[in-house]
Design a protein around this ligand. Structure first.
Ligand code: SAM
Length: 288
């Protein structure tokens, strides 16, 4: 069965299987072929690629991916979708469906098994309730990845690509930009999904950096500093770090670190670049 991007075909499948949408799994299926095309094109999928799809749903994007890629591995948590996927993907010999929670999946093993350890591409219309753990899990686990092209809440896409000083800038912006180069592919309104989500959506591509844009001696400390700085957004950086149980340094050491970056004592975390956070982290590392 082809062309699930056509809403009529999606409705037919849903009715045939009497499928009940589960809110707890963030199920909003794409019903717009133009959006699908944009995702495939932005991801730059070629016949050499192995693609990991997170949450294939009834297989709408999976079909498009299978038509462009060498192999598609689709990880879906909802067992009620498995018989549906069996039918909708029946004509494709280059798709593996795995009925599993992506957060509990050994993606390194999938990369070894399906792409001989070489970098894969990730594509997904993500379940919004776990966007951040999925993305950060992919980055932090150091799975070899070329790019991640995903549908997320518009507000999350804005945060991922925000620059210092903007209201959307925060720990997510810095974490994403440490690992990847974000590019906003398209804004997607609620009527492109079934059922319609309450929020606007966007497709964003994250192209993994070969090496991080800043060098830091202690990556974990860098992220602890970033988290602590944005935990209390309204406070100055100095007070934010001082009040954080994650940061063991004295008031004087914190002030010295801020001054080492030629920053005023009254500065807020939201004004600092990734380079400046890295500078703070290296200053603290140098103390011990
Ligand atoms: N890709 C389909 C589409 O675009 O029409 C469905 C997208 S829907 C927004 C999210 C999908 O992720 C659903 O199929 C849902 O069941 C699945 N999902 C939710 N949580 C998951 C998890 N932890 N692991 C794997 N799949 C999950």
């Amino acid at each position: 069965m082809a062309d699930l991007g056509n809403p009529r075909n999606t409705i037919a499948v849903i009715q045939k299987y009497q499928f009940v949408f589960q809110k707890k799994f963030g199920q909003n299926f794409l019903i717009d072929p133009h959006v699908l095309e944009k995702i495939i094109s932005a991801a730059g999928i070629t016949s050499q690629d192995c693609v990991l799809e997170i949450g294939p749903g009834i297989g709408t994007m999976t079909q498009c991916l299978a038509e462009h890629a060498r192999w598609v591995v689709a990880v879906e948590i909802d067992q009620n979708l498995i018989p549906i996927l069996k039918e909708t993907l029946e004509g494709y010999s280059n798709v593996t469906v795995i009925n599993q929670d992506i957060l509990k999946t050994d993606i390194h093993e999938l990369v070894r098994q399906y792409n001989e350890g070489r970098a894969i591409k990730v594509a997904a219309n993500l379940p919004y309730y776990i966007t951040t753990p999925i993305i950060m899990g992919l980055f932090e686990s150091q799975v070899p990845i070329e790019n991640i092209t995903i549908m997320v809440q518009k507000e999350v896409a804005d945060r991922m690509q925000a620059k210092p000083g903007s209201k959307d800038y925060g720990a997510l912006s810095l974490a994403v930009q440490y690992y990847a180069e974000p590019y906003l592919v398209a804004n997607v309104p609620p009527n492109c999904f079934m059922p319609r989500p309450k929020v606007g959506s966007a497709v964003i591509r994250l192209t993994k950096h070969q090496t991080p844009p800043v060098k830091v001696k202690d990556e974990k400390l860098l992220f602890r500093l970033i988290r602590a700085s944005f935990n209390q957004r309204r406070k100055t950086l100095q007070n934010g770090l001082n009040n954080s149980p994650e940061i063991p340094y004295s008031k004087e050491q914190i002030l010295a670190a801020i001054e080492s970056q030629n920053l005023p004592a009254t500065i807020r975390g939201e004004a600092l670049t990734l380079e400046q956070f890295a500078g703070l982290a290296d200053f603290f590392t140098g103390l011990s």
